[in-house]
Design a protein around this ligand. Structure first.
Ligand code: SF4
Ligand code: SF4
Length: 225
């Protein structure tokens, strides 16, 4: 199975990459094999957030965690198409759950792909879109190979500019050099999060993302202050 073969299921506003599960740490491999013991490849999908409203979270009982956003619904549809294609070829696929924590950070899995890298703020930075990317991850028993040498060897361009802006912007001091405290981030978000007048519709904090010079801040960004 070649990566280009499944790329055609992914729209232009999304990116896709894959790598062998052996590139994951032992602990990551252990957790991922609990989801799917026969996993050979990790397939990472990313949707470019071009408009702020795509990352507005709203209640949805049909989704895990009872909430979703347009970016996730859109990306999940692309992941399901790829999974359907592979399953028809007897290659089992498991789509990791989102937004519930699955035990492995999606950004950590994405950072092993050729899509981008983890920045100073521990944000995942796509090489073109910066932090404005919504991630999904699929495990598959297929060996998904790549044509390009850079992709095949996992070579990545350096993306982070090490400007410190993300660290300075965080109102909760949840981030530092190679450091991210998810609990502090969540507590800070709960304190400052912007809720629309319609109850339950939420934008996340995004302060560290909005100061990042890599990529373009999406259209229609709202003032969370
Ligand atoms: S999302 Fe907000 S609270 Fe969380 S790390 Fe970024 S700036 Fe800090
Ligand atoms: S704000 Fe600067 S240091 Fe932080 S992730 Fe972006 S480029 Fe890197």
């Amino acid at each position: 199975m070649n990566l280009d073969e499944i790329k055609s299921f992914v729209p232009e506003c999304c990116d896709i990459d894959s790598y062998d599960i052996s590139l994951c740490s032992q602990e990551e491999q252990r957790i991922l094999r609990e989801f799917s013991p026969g996993t050979k490849s990790i397939v990472v999908f990313g949707h470019h957030i071009e408009s702020s409203i795509e990352w507005m979270w709203f209640p949805s009982k049909a989704e895990r965690g009872n909430c979703t956003c347009a970016a996730d619904l859109h990306l999940k549809a692309a992941v399901e198409k790829v999974a359907g294609y592979l399953c028809c070829r007897d290659k089992a696929c498991t789509i990791l759950p989102y937004p519930d924590p699955c035990g492995v950070l999606f950004k950590s899995l994405a950072s092993k792909s050729a899509m981008g890298e983890l920045g100073d703020s521990y944000l995942f930075l796509h090489k073109q879109w910066g932090p404005w990317i919504h991630l999904r991850v699929m495990l598959t028993e297929a060996e998904v190979k790549k044509d390009s040498i850079a992709r095949a060897t996992g070579e990545r361009e350096e993306v982070c500019l090490y400007c410190n802006k993300c660290i300075e912007s965080c109102p909760g001091k949840a981030i530092g050099k190679d450091y991210f405290n998810g609990l502090l981030c969540k507590e800070t978000q709960d304190r400052i999060r912007c809720e629309l007048k319609i109850r339950g519709y939420i934008w996340k904090c995004e302060k560290c993302l909005r100061v990042c010079p890599v990529g373009e801040v999406p259209e229609g960004i709202i003032n969370h202050a």
